[in-house]
Ligand binder design. Structure first.
Ligand SMILES: [Zn+2]
Length: 262
């Protein structure tokens, strides 16, 4: 019993530590800073952050959300990402410590971490960084090579990348502006490897619907206007999140949706 509790605590703390690293990535990748060095410093005054201030979640509580020197307000996003990543790691905890279970844990936890970084960076900077798309590409490719056929993942990649790419080019030629960023196109490509043709079509269809509904709601509520560019990545990621982490429920819902009126 105690052992089990300790293992759970370990997976939570490990997840929160990864969350702390994800915070570094979220801050440094869009600013094109090296993400290993230098040591973390306060963006307000440049004070180096002590190791005990850097302890996930507790560091934020200890500092009461402010830099100890200049009182720069630490965004709530920092402890939030640490808690969410810790909880995700706990929920994905493998049922045994066999190498196979651990490999599956690593796979799903990596996907979750990439999605979280992508989601926040796209909301804030309107980009889906190449480095995260490349990491996802490698992770999905290894999985696909092990568990599915080249026809399944090759066709998925082609459909996920090719379709949106043509639409994006066509839109640009017609309207002279970027309707769909290349980051979104690349993300669909890598997701296509995992979902196959049918799955990626589901994603494209549902994320466009979700994006339209949210876009119209934001305009109706006067939060944005027609000219505001809304990042599209978060919609792709939310749908993909359900496709991967709630796979059975998702398939059931899709099945009932597509059988309506047939
Ligand atoms: Zn400071």
């Amino acid at each position: 019993m105690t052992d089990f509790f300790l293992i759970k605590a370990f997976f939570f703390v490990f997840g929160a530590m990864i969350g702390s690293f994800l915070n570094v990535l979220i801050y440094r990748i869009p600013r094109e800073l090296d993400f290993v060095r230098p040591r973390s410093a306060c963006p307000g005054c440049g004070k180096l952050i002590y190791w005990y201030e850097n302890v996930p979640i507790l560091g934020y509580l200890f500092l009461r959300g402010k830099c100890s020197k200049c009182h720069w307000k630490i965004p709530l996003r920092y402890p939030f990402v640490e808690v969410v990543t810790g909880v995700a790691s706990l929920l994905l905890m493998p049922s045994s410590l066999s190498s196979e279970s651990l490999a599956f844990y690593a796979f799903y936890f990596s996907i979750f971490s990439c999605f979280l970084v992508h989601f926040i960076v796209d909301l804030e900077f309107k980009i889906l960084p190449n480095v995260i798309n490349l990491y996802l590409l490698a992770t999905f490719l290894v999985y696909a090579i092990l568990f599915s056929s080249p026809l399944f993942w090759g066709a998925g990649l082609l459909a996920g990348f090719g379709g949106p790419f043509l639409v994006s080019r066509g839109f640009k030629a017609l309207r002279g502006e970027e309707g769909l960023g290349m980051g979104d196109v690349k993300l669909w490509g890598v997701l296509g490897i995992h979902f196959g043709v049918v799955g990626i079509i589901h994603n494209i269809f549902l994320s466009c619907m979700l994006g339209s509904v949210v876009g119209i709601a934001l305009i109706a509520l006067k939060i944005t206007n027609r000219k505001t560019q809304i990042p599209f990545g978060p919609f792709i990621l939310v749908v993909a999140f359900f496709q991967i982490f709630f796979k059975e429920d998702f398939s059931r819902i899709m099945e009932s949706l597509f059988h309506l009126g047939v």
